[in-house]
Design a protein around this ligand. Structure first.
Ligand code: CDP
Length: 231
């Protein structure tokens, strides 16, 4: 394959498995657009929380959440140090990363109407290729014909400690055990939902990055990309 030809790169895996970090880095290095599909599920969840349709103590109602979907526009604004998730024109990047949103997102993401609406948007974003998208179902459902697919994993403890560090560095008041519990419960819901559950695509390359540094995983991904596009 010629490296001038744009492809679709799908990076799936478990919660906090380092997908976004490596996907963002690869996209920047090769001049592709990066789409964080998880941020889209988080944005819908934030809108539902604000509308009082879901909370830590209240399971979401599919009908009520489906009804607010047509009024939501989700986009990304590229800035110097990454990108901001925009919900109806508002920058919600910080809000969607909270543990409150993390606690509500997987039940919302299991609602078929939510998945259908977001998968349609994601396919449109990938229409002209040249895209790196990360999530749970990118290589299996959104872009089953993606030319490059990766599936990431690491031990739950490693993933929780990375996410704990990230959240506390930003000033969040959370405990390691809360984060570990959230990682485990999202994994469980994501793997066991009826609609497009988290699965490794048959043709994905698996990566366990438990013992890898960020630089090592970036290098691993770049090497895989070069092998795929240059043969
Ligand atoms: O915390 P982490 O970065 O691992 O998760 P995320 O990528 O921000 O995704 C948040 C949640 O959205 C996941 O736990 C899934 O429940 C859901 N999700 C999904 O169902 N399908 C996707 N393609 C992406 C995320």
């Amino acid at each position: 394959m010629n490296s001038d030809k744009k492809i679709i790169i799908a990076i799936d895996g478990y919660s906090s498995s380092g997908k976004s970090t490596m996907a963002r880095h690869l996209a920047k290095t090769i001049g592709y657009r990066y789409i964080d599909s998880g941020a889209m599920y988080r944005a819908v969840t934030l809108a539902a929380m604000r509308a009082g349709l879901v909370s830590r103590d209240m399971a979401p109602s599919s009908e009520a959440i489906a009804a607010i979907l047509p009024g939501l526009s989700i986009d990304f604004e590229v800035v110097a140090d990454g990108q901001n998730t925009m919900l109806n024109g508002e920058n919600v990047e910080k809000d969607i990363r909270s543990l409150e949103v993390s606690s509500c997102v997987s039940p919302v993401a299991a609602i078929p109407e939510v998945r259908h609406a977001l998968v349609d948007m994601q396919r449109l974003m990938g229409e002209s290729k040249g895209i790196v998208m990360d999530g749970r179902d990118i290589g299996t459902v959104v872009f089953p014909a993606a030319e490059m697919k990766v599936f990431c994993d690491a031990s739950a403890e490693k993933r929780a400690s990375r996410r704990y560090k990230e959240l506390t560095e930003k000033g969040a008041q959370v405990t390691y055990n809360e984060v570990l519990e959230n990682v485990r419960s999202r994994d469980y819901i994501d793997e066991n939902r009826d609609e497009s559950p988290l699965r490794c695509a048959q043709d994905a390359v698996r990566l366990d990055n438990s013992e890898m540094t960020i630089d090592e995983q970036n290098e691993w991904l770049m090497n895989l990309y070069n092998r795929i596009v240059n043969g």
